[in-house]
Unconditional design. Structure first.
Length: 304
């Protein structure tokens, strides 16, 4: 090795060049590499550091902190939802499995078979509703939910919604008051999805209203829109919870204590389906114990 080559000033180098040499495993003079590394570090030390912007750094920290906090909250919500989902799906399975065992033991013609079959049908229908709600949430979030809109008489969606909820209302000995306009207006919408909106609202009102309470469904025509209010004399909604009742998978703890069931997606579907029809829905309450009101506004003319 020629010592004069070692003493020469090495060519301009930077850290990435040096590490590339080591990465490529190329033969090199160790002294030359050492001198180049010292030069690169010296130039880096003498370079003018970028000006530190305290406000920008603080803003960046806040954004990242909020992002981490948001992900943590989403994780907690998802974990709770999965626990509720497992509980809800397991609930109907127990009576179905028990009924299946009974069917195998009961002789043909036994009167008990009719009751057992009714249990299976009822619980299977409950499972189907849970699965349908989950599928609807998925379709909405992926933009795959399609509304089949046409001119629909109000009776085409109000009456089926009432029929679907009357058994539960009767079981809880609640009073149902219905006030509809005459003549009934025609709404341009999907009657199946409109039925889903009002059956969810009525079912929700019944769940959170004590036995013997009162439910009201009132519809009026106002400036080219159908305004439907579903009200109850139930547990009410705390003021701080009014903004979150339509969020998917979110349930107020106090409400869960009254009715430990459901996936927390019924009101979210109500909002999404209502807005899909060009309408709006709001929740109102005078506070805990003062009942609640859900007001749905639907345009009577096609949305362009």
């Amino acid at each position: 090795m020629n010592r004069s080559n070692v003493a020469e000033r090495p060519p301009r180098a930077n850290v990435s060049d040096i590490f590339r040499v080591w990465r490529d495993d190329k033969p090199a003079d160790v002294n030359h590499l050492h001198a180049a590394l010292l030069l690169a570090l010296h130039e880096h030390r003498d370079a003018q550091p970028p000006e530190f912007d305290e406000r920008s750094a603080d803003r960046t920290w806040r954004v990242r902190s909020k992002a981490v906090e948001s992900r943590a909250e989403e994780s907690v919500v998802l974990t709770r939802f999965l626990a509720v989902l497992a509980h809800e799906l397991r609930g109907p399975l127990t009576p179905i499995l028990t009924s299946a065992e009974l069917i195998a033991r009961l002789p043909v013609g036994d009167p008990g078979l009719v009751r057992v079959q009714a249990i299976i049908r009822r619980q299977a229908a409950h499972l189907a509703r849970l699965i349908d709600d989950l599928l609807d949430v998925s379709r909405i979030r992926t933009g795959k939910l399609r509304l089949v809109c046409r001119p629909s008489q109000m009776a085409d969606f109000i009456e089926p919604a009432l029929d679907a909820c009357r058994p539960a209302i009767a079981k809880r000995k609640q009073h149902l008051v219905v006030m509809l306009p005459s003549p009934p207006p025609v709404v341009h919408g999907d009657p199946v999805r409109l039925t889903q909106i009002f059956s969810n609202l009525l079912d929700n009102a019944s769940k959170y209203t004590p036995e013997g309470g009162t439910l009201r469904l009132e519809a009026v025509v106002d400036e080219g829109s159908l305004v439907v209010t579903v009200a109850d004399s139930g547990i009410g909604i705390a003021e701080e919870a009014l903004d979150s009742v339509f969020e998917a998978f979110v349930q107020e703890e106090r409400a869960m204590g009254v009715h430990n069931g459901g996936l927390g997606i019924g009101l979210s579907l109500v909002r999404e389906l209502t807005e899909g029809h060009g309408g709006s829905v709001v929740a109102r309450s005078d506070g805990v114990g003062a009942g609640s009101r859900f007001v749905v506004v639907l345009p009577l003319r096609p949305v362009r």
